[in-house]
Ligand binder design. Sequence first.
Ligand code: 26W
Length: 832
Amino acid sequence: MKASSIFATLKTAAMSSSPTPVQAAFKLALQRELRSSVDGISREALLRAAAAACREPLGERWADTQIADAKRGDDPLKAPVRRVHYLSMEFLMGRALGNAIAALGLEETLREAFAAQGQALPDVLEREPDAALGNGGLGRLAACFLDSFAELGLPSFGYGLRYQYGMFAQAIQDGRQVEQPDDWMALGNPWEVPRPEASYRVGFGGRVEVDADGSRRWQPTEHLIAQAYDFIVPAHHSQRVSTLRQWHASAAAPIDFQAFCRGAHAQAAKHRVAADSLNWVLYPDDSTDPGRELRLKQEAFLVSASLQDLIARHLREFSSLHNLGKLNAVHLNDTHPALAPAELMRLLLDEHGLTWDEAWTINRQAVSYTNHTLMPEALETWPLYLFEALLPRHMEIIFEINQRFLDEVRAKFPGDEGLLARVSLIDEGGPFGHGGERRVRMAHLAIVASHRVNGVAALHSELMVQTIFADYARIFPERFHNVTNGVTPRRWLQQCNPQLSALIDGRIGKGWRQDLAQLGKLKGLADDAGLGQQFGAVKRANKERLAALIRRELGVAVSPDSLFDVQIKRIHEYKRQLLNVLHVIARYQAIIADPTAEWTPRTVVIAGKAASAYQMAKSIIQLAHDVGRVVNSDPRVGDRLKLVFLPNYGVSLAETIIPAADLSEQISTAGTEASGTGNMKFALNGALTIGTWDGANIEMAEAMGVENMFVFGQRTDAVAQIKALGYDPRLYVEQNLQLKAVMDAISGGEFSNGDTSRYRALVDNLLGRDTYLLMADFADYVATQARVDALYRDPAGWNRCAILNVAGMGWFSADRTIAEYVERVWSVRSLD
Ligand code: 26W
């Protein structure tokens, strides 16, 4: 079925799109809030008032949506729409107010109400802290998906954890990253709706007892209570909502009263603190045993509470478990919630008395899994001893799943012992395993228990079945699919770039917000010089806004006339921010050598966080600062080149930076970036891409015409070939004087005040191993940057290309992505 007809089906299922008159209610709520506000009419008070007022209509829409969805199995003639349960350890929601008022149609009402208090709407919106409960792409994708769930009217719940300090806040001291807690709920969270009625017990530890009838019963030693807090995500073109349900942990047992009376207060509260630690942060440092244990507990807690919630709701709505698998999808956002099949089996077998076969059928019908990375080191495994100690019953169930699965494989591929060892859910710790330690392989569990497994861009899905999951693709060829990522046009164009949105509206109408494919109509207008100029003017205004932010944050003056060259994403070696910095150094040296040449002025902007234990990534951040300091203060350079690093990257910063970018850097080594979604947001906002033939860049190039993207670098097969032939990065350096000068400058301490040791590890790594082929791709990258300069000197040509970029992005809407999930992953028809 084509995406458009899926939209039609879903839209019919969605409720009417006429908005209810909430403006009056909103005004009343605002007045009430303002009267009771103790801090007068600060921007924070206005923010709270607005949020409180939005809660009423949101709450009504939520209730209506639940009532409608509960009836979804009523028509025996129609294949039931399944309710999707999207399990994810990360949701990078960003700010909520701008989105809520756009969806509820309250922008003008608020603008006026705030103006009456002497405040401008954007200034108030800016005061809202980001809900940054995620690391990167995977978490932001989950947030975009919630928006599309609502927009498409899909019965759904997103399930996550209510972290008190999401991702750390990044400060920079002396050019170095310093991690600080991100206390995003310090002033409360006006958006969350506590649901005391949705509360479940989750056990840990203990042992499994066998009853007289042979049934097995888990007796945990520790119990936590999971309590739900809902965040409501409204549709923009209907009254539907989706829900992000986040779990908060607390101890089930009261304080130890005896200990308290003895005056041993800390001991009395010990298990309370232990329970609370699950709520503290996303990704406690898992380089230590207690860190690993906490992370596993968080994952098990998320999974158990969410599945208990699902089963309770299903029984309320349909009174029987037999159709649970057909009416519900349980989706695993990477392997982090991959305990779900083990927990679902446990609940169905031990708590609800189903047989293994009944439970397994339901499980396979319900569960599906998305893989987001090919990096083998990112595939989760857990030491058996830890798993067994925390989750003894789940361990038994996984052994049973494994045994049955391996029996099937034996029957299908007799005599292949190597295959059995490779696909087993247990890594036995052989010569290629984890140094003798037995471990549970979560990706393997996710694949065996799912009816669908998908990658997130065409190349990634292909590589997935050719490399990390090749054995599984042989065993279950029908299970593997591709669903290319997308982004929500509501946040990533309409809200973050109102001027460009208005310009597009004026030319092709407003329909693109709901049907992004309509952007294709801009293709025919790309040669319209008037549109090109207006397009340039919008970009210029957005650049001025970013230049002001850079001056405010960093005290650096950058010229809006320069080309804004932007790379913003997690800092990781494979993403090659270092290649970007090497190019800046090469350009710097060339400017010094020939200052009168025709230079296209450039401002290079980098932002991103490095994982706290990732030393190389932190070193790259420091180098960017060191190079920036030298380049920005060199009077011989002037406006020709600037390098700035904006601290504390997150969703809101991205919303300011992306509309202001001329050039988007998507320069990962071919075959390493699963998809990328930042690449899509940039192109949607009219930035041109300099990129490798990797992830979704490929499909973007195909959609917009490869001639409208600056593609460079070795492709996946060449990367493999270079490595197979014994890659020697030094050869590339010796043959390229420019590259040699760059490397010499870094190792000679030119950017580190003569300190030749600061970047020794970094340089040695590049000259010795260079896992991500920076040396091999450098020459082509620099040459391609020169082509970028040339086009930028022709504003009409540049704007034409930028318009064609926007025109080509219609396919990259998260609405299209979700329509594909519905059709190919979550539909009842997808069950094999
Ligand atoms: C358990 C350790 C762990 C946790 C998170 C390993 C890796 C991660 C990520 C940071 C995963 C992630 O965000 N992957 C990104 O997912 C995006 C959405 O599909 C893709 O566009 C990116 O290419 C991919 O890096």
